[in-house]
Design a protein around this ligand. Sequence first.
Ligand SMILES: Cc1cc2nc3c(=O)[nH]c(=O)nc-3n(C[C@H](O)[C@H](O)[C@H](O)COP(=O)(O)OP(=O)(O)OC[C@H]3O[C@@H](n4cnc5c(N)ncnc54)[C@H](O)[C@@H]3O)c2cc1C
Length: 473
Amino acid sequence: MTKSDIIIIGSGLGGLEVALMMAKEGRKVLVLERQHQAGGCMQSYRRGRLNFDTGLHYVGGLEEGGQLYDAFESLGLMTLPWKQMDADCFEEIHIGGRTFRWPQGKKRFINAMKSYFPDEEKGLDLYGELLDCTDELWMQKTNAWEYLTSIISDPLLLQVLSAPATCKMELRKETLPLFTYVHGIAPFIESSWRLAGDGNMLVSCLVEQIRAYGGEVLTDKDVVSLKEEDGRIVQALCADGTSYEADFFVSNAHPAVTCSLVGESALMKKVFRRRMGMQPNTFGIFTLHLQLRSGSLPYFNHNKLVFAEPDCWDMAVDKSLAVKGIMMSARIPEKGGNVVNIDILTPMLWEVVEEYDGTKLFHRPKAYKEMKARVAEQCLALAETVIPGLGEMILKTWSSTPLTYKDYNLTPEGSAFGFRKDFSNPMMTIVSPKTQIPNLFMTGQSLMLHGLHGVTMTAAYTCQEINQNTISE
Ligand SMILES: Cc1cc2nc3c(=O)[nH]c(=O)nc-3n(C[C@H](O)[C@H](O)[C@H](O)COP(=O)(O)OP(=O)(O)OC[C@H]3O[C@@H](n4cnc5c(N)ncnc54)[C@H](O)[C@@H]3O)c2cc1C
């Protein structure tokens, strides 16, 4: 294969977006993906006659002028069949024995919260102002929990304002930056959307365009090392013995994995490798996929969030296997008005699955399967409190854990969102796409923000850095 301008290691959303942005600027790009299928967390998989998603349930800010609209429009992704969730209720939150419905649109949302918590009018006005300021430095240095408790005093309202974040970020009182919290909440309040189809549609849309602009995406290409010569990366070597050359390299793999691909290097300092390798990662996610009997449940165009206790901060499943809260998301039915598949998600710590690390996919030990069954049972018990009889409607179930994500995507500890951002450590709230090797860059959720919105912003940031550095060379 001839030399490329840019090789991108990994075809997650971040890798594909960087590839397309660069290809559109006239660069010859090559994406190398270790899995058989492109897309990383965006890929969907088939069981029986059904497709299930992994890391795509809903997206915020796709209305014209919304936070993600322009970026998705220029990436050709607005051609996909996005369907807006219920304007009056895109999140239905069951917590503390009450039900709260979040409408879309900032004003409507704040008014709805005021109707539930009339004594918190002043705090909610400040919360409304907060949702508008998304890119300010002070938010990176501010602790989300401390800020929220400084403007809101009702303990239940604090939980209600945090509940939809439980499967969208790691709600750790000690570390979560306000910047991460607001970016994970505000675009969805603007407007929330589901894809009428699966994540593979989004992946194919990006891959087809990369090819149309002269680039290539190769799967089954596990990059095992990056060869350095005279202070530059010159070659990506793959497990199958093939190697590929380029002028620039962008890694979409987790930063710790990226460092491990670079062997002895005079430029990549030990301290940098240690920082990338030692940074804690967020929790992973346990997902229970349900296939329902046809016609058993009408489609609901919102997420249902159910909490066992009125406390949704630090609620990931630990070794006790207690499930404290779930998010339920139904896929838009292809035909008719009834749900065919539902995903139930709950955060899960790596410690739950760590002892099974090294066992093979589809050949996990009995104890691992029993653990999954116990967690699934509790997820269903919580789900049944809001959908009575759900258990009777189920035809089949499948489940995945942080170990599944680790084995597929190589994400350390099966983390759902990569590096845990920490307001007290500004170097790790936003990590630069530049490495100490001048032609090696990074992209993806660990650097700045996660989710479709965050990874897209991060991809633009990576491209900006590549352009600045290639122009100045
Ligand atoms: C269960 C779950 C549900 C989610 N739901 C939503 C949601 O509803 N909405 C939302 O906005 N976000 C959601 N997210 C978050 C979102 O999916 C992620 O933030 C995003 O997809 C991450 O993209 P990425 O490009 O950073 O990384 P990844 O998707 O992890 O991609 C990295 C890619 O690099 C490849 N790779 C790694 N090492 C190598 C190597 N050595 N050689 C070649 N390839 C390599 C991997 O195989 C992978 O394909 C969810 C995440 C999870 C886990």
